[in-house]
Ligand binder design. Structure first.
Ligand code: HEC
Ligand code: HEC
Ligand code: HEC
Ligand code: HEC
Ligand code: HEC
Length: 647
């Protein structure tokens, strides 16, 4: 047998046959091209929407400048139906359905004329949208469809699929490499030519060492430094120590770090039955299980095991302090902030201590010479390229010349760092280091939002917990200024104080997430200016929310100081808070047909096919009534609540 032919034979075995076409994947394939020419970039986006602020680039791998963006995909319907398409845009857009042009429009910010009703087949319809950026201003388009049952809405992402291809796969890998490099802090040691600002993750820090001896257990730190991935598969820190001295070095380093006390006493927190059961209840109410398990060892991918809590924190008081402010010593920590009261954090700490392995007894004492050895290692091993502390850093790295060596070697040896990358990750990193580094200078917040919402498990609460809005609607729903305050944790009050669940804050990611989610959904990252309130419309709106000749909205919603009259299990947000929160387009969409936006909602629909049940107000015209409600709601805290019958 001639072994030279073996690879060809094997390729023939795994190559898909003609009938076996690759399966469709979620989202749409998008190609970005600069009008000036140059290489195209390919990526996947969840829907037919785009927003690129003037002077920005549509993709991190393309320079700013006039561009086209081509969307290709398949609309996969369960039942055939007829739809009207319409777009809101600045730029021009061409739409082709099953190969036939159905729309060719330009606009400078407004809504285009609707198409006629167009039949879509059940199952597959190919849809291609080509967008060209405008001569001036922010480039954007939002494509809507509608039937008479519900007005314009973005085509729901669940219907949108695309066919994977090789060009796309290469770009997926390039983006993967970019993300891995930034998250693993490669550029803290290997300088990049990219400008200081750009990809937000380049700012990622590491836990501060000052005072760490008061916060963390010495044994745990020794295990961690030796092999972070063993304790936590999602660790970004590499294993830095090697050879026969590694274990002793790790113990010396841990002894030194343990000697760095903060000067602030750790409060004592009892681990008693009361605390444990209150903590257990909170653990469930706040859905900590969205990101954690209580196992000792990591089991579920994407979920961090908390069974080491006692070894890591040593004292329940240190864990309570951590839970009250996880960001205190590490800005970009991935654990969000639940703004827990001290009592709540104490209870959670008691519960987690009761569920975790105690510290090993009889570890060797940390004598002065061991501490001194550890100090030397910390200053010479590269720890301080990532971790901050006032200590001289004597570590240096030569420039990279071979991408198959050192940190990216297939089997790292000698003094190399061990990041524990899988082969696919090493390939992605090599591709990126070779071809993609210039992209680090671009923020590209839409892609930041895609990366960080996946990394932060947003969907493990949104779409899973009752009364928590589904994830898909968030970006097209909220004003980015409001969303940023919520994500920062500076809103001051919870939108739905009646829920046991809480939205935790993601402070370092807040601004990029709020802006990025808006951009992804075709909206400006800057909160839009509202028109002045029209007092006549607001007056009609007040009548519409009332119980006298109106819809009695305050049966479920508070309106300013007026309490909801009969909530049962369907409380809605105080209407005085709504104007600050909702994008005007979403408000209309919601009012036309709430169930279409959130199939779980308990809010009834008041309008049907453009008609209102209240015929005597504005001739029963749904759009005019919705407009009046909007002007009423825009008044915020200045709104005059409706009169309550019988008072
Ligand atoms: C703590 C500092 C540090 C960090 C962080 C770091 N490296 Fe390294 N890297 C080094 C050192 C030191 C060497 C030389 C090690 C050796 O000789 O084996 C090296 C070597 C390399 C080499 C081989 C260079 C050559 O020409 O031999 C590559 C490639 C590399 N690193 C890529 C990366 C990537 C990619 C990342 C991020 C995932 C990264 N490094 C993160 C310190 C670091
Ligand atoms: C959105 C995901 C998410 C949620 C929700 C979440 N955590 Fe975390 N948590 C993390 C991540 C990720 C880390 C690791 C942080 C790091 O070092 O970057 C972490 C770290 C921790 C740690 C430190 C453990 C260690 O070994 O480093 C504790 C304790 C903890 N979380 C408790 C909780 C509790 C209690 C709740 C519920 C109130 C909770 N977490 C909710 C993501 C989450
Ligand atoms: C490439 C950057 C990088 C280098 C180099 C690095 N670390 Fe880390 N370290 C991190 C990050 C990031 C974390 C947070 C956990 C994670 O995601 O891995 C961390 C976590 C830790 C922790 C846990 C701290 C806590 O409060 O939870 C200790 C202790 C630690 N590192 C010690 C060291 C020591 C000692 C060295 C040098 C031998 C070192 N690190 C080198 C990035 C680094
Ligand atoms: C631990 C569960 C949990 C996680 C994880 C979580 N959320 Fe939330 N989120 C909530 C809850 C509960 C609310 C409702 C809070 C309220 O209204 O008082 C909420 C509300 C929101 C809102 C406001 C929606 C509205 O209609 O008022 C936004 C925006 C949001 N979350 C974004 C995110 C993003 C982005 C992520 C991931 C980075 C995320 N959430 C992760 C639980 C979570
Ligand atoms: C039967 C109870 C009920 C009635 C009556 C009701 N709503 Fe709602 N409304 C809800 C619920 C439940 C929600 C979803 C709240 C959530 O997202 O947590 C909601 C949500 C909303 C929202 C979105 C709020 C936001 O900021 O996310 C608006 C706007 C709204 N309602 C307006 C109205 C108006 C105007 C009326 C009267 C025409 C009305 N509602 C009548 C229960 C009701």
């Amino acid at each position: 047998m001639n072994f030279r032919f073996l690879p060809i034979l094997m390729a023939a075995l795994v190559w898909p046959s003609a009938e076996e076409t690759p399966a469709l994947e979620d989202g749409l394939a998008v190609t970005f091209k600069l009008a000036a020419g140059g290489a195209a970039d390919h990526t996947v986006r969840p829907h037919f929407m785009l927003y690129v602020s003037a002077g920005e680039a549509p993709s991190p791998f393309i320079a700013p400048g006039p561009f086209t963006a081509e969307w290709e995909g398949v609309i996969h319907l369960d039942l055939r139906d007829r739809f009207i398409f319409q777009a809101e845009l600045n730029g021009s857009l061409k739409l082709e359905l099953n190969g036939n042009p159905v729309m060719e429009v330009s606009g400078t910010g407004g809504m285009t004329d609707p198409t006629k009703r167009i039949r879509l087949n059940s199952r597959s319809n190919t849809l291609k949208a080509t967008f060209t950026s405008p001569e001036k201003g922010d480039a954007f388009f939002r494509l809507y469809w509608s039937t008479p049952d519900y007005g314009n809405e973005p085509i729901p992402p669940k219907y949108l699929k695309h066919m994977p291809n090789e060009a796309l796969a290469e770009r997926v890998s390039l983006r993967r490499g970019r993300q891995l490099a930034a998250e693993h802090r490669c550029f803290k040691c290997h300088a990049t030519n990219a400008p200081g600002s750009g990809m937000p993750e380049l700012a990622m820090d590491a836990p501060a060492f000052e005072g760490v001896g008061s916060r963390r257990g010495v044994d745990w730190m020794a295990d961690w430094v030796l092999n972070p991935k063993k304790l936590r598969p999602s660790a970004k820190m590499p294993a830095m120590l090697h050879g026969s001295a590694a274990e002793a070095d790790a113990r010396a380093i841990a002894a030194y770090l343990g000697s760095l006390k903060s000067g602030q006493p750790i409060r004592s927190v009892p681990v008693d039955a009361g605390g444990i059961s209150a903590g257990h209840a909170l653990y469930k109410q706040l859905n900590c299980a969205a990101c954690h398990t209580l196992e000792k060892e990591p089991v579920a991918p994407g979920k961090m095991a908390l069974g080491q809590a006692q070894r890591k924190f040593s004292q329940a008081g240190a864990l309570s302090a951590f839970l009250q402010n996880p960001q205190a010593h590490y800005k970009w920590i991935r654990m969000p902030n639940f703004a827990l009261a001290e009592k709540e954090a104490n209870a959670l700490a008691a519960f987690l201590f009761s569920k975790s392995t105690p510290t090993k007894a009889g570890s060797p004492a940390s004598d002065a010479s061991r501490i001194a050895a550890g100090k030397k290692l910390v200053s010479s091993t590269g720890c301080l390229n990532c971790h901050s502390m006032k200590l001289e850093n004597s570590f240096s790295v030569a420039a990279i010349s071979d991408l198959a060596k050192g940190c990216l070697a297939d089997s790292p040896s000698g003094s190399s760092l061990r990041f524990g990358f899988a082969e696919e990750e090493r390939l992605a990193l090599r591709l990126f280091m070779k071809k993609g580094r210039a992209s680090l200078g671009q923020a590209s917040l839409a892609e930041f939002a895609l990366r960080q919402t996946a990394d932060s498990n947003c969907r493990n609460c949104h779409g899973q917990m009752e009364s928590v809005p589904p994830f898909e609607v968030l970006g097209g729903k909220l004003k980015p200024g409001w969303a940023e305050k919520l994500l920062l944790g500076t809103l001051g009050e919870r939108p739905r104080p009646w829920l046991h669940a809480r939205m935790p804050a993601f402070p370092a990611r807040a601004s990029g997430l709020a802006k990025g989610l808006a951009l992804l959904n075709g909206h400006s990252p800057v909160t839009p200016q509202e028109p002045p309130v029209d007092p006549e419309k607001a007056k009609v709106g007040r009548k519409l929310v009332s119980a006298n000749g109106g819809f009695f909205c305050f049966s479920c919603h508070a309106i300013g100081s007026l309490k909801p009259a009969q909530v049962f299990d369907a409380q809605g947000i105080n209407l005085a808070k709504v104007g600050d929160r909702l994008l005007p387009e979403y408000f209309r969409r919601w009012m036309r047909n709430p169930l279409r936006v959130d199939p779980q909602t308990k809010m009834p629909a008041y309008f049907n096919q453009g008609q209102s049940a209240l015929f005597d107000v504005l001739d029963g015209d749904a759009e005019l009534q919705i407009e009046s409600l909007y002007h009423y709601i825009l008044q915020g805290n200045a709104m005059n609540p409706p009169e309550v019958p019988g008072t």
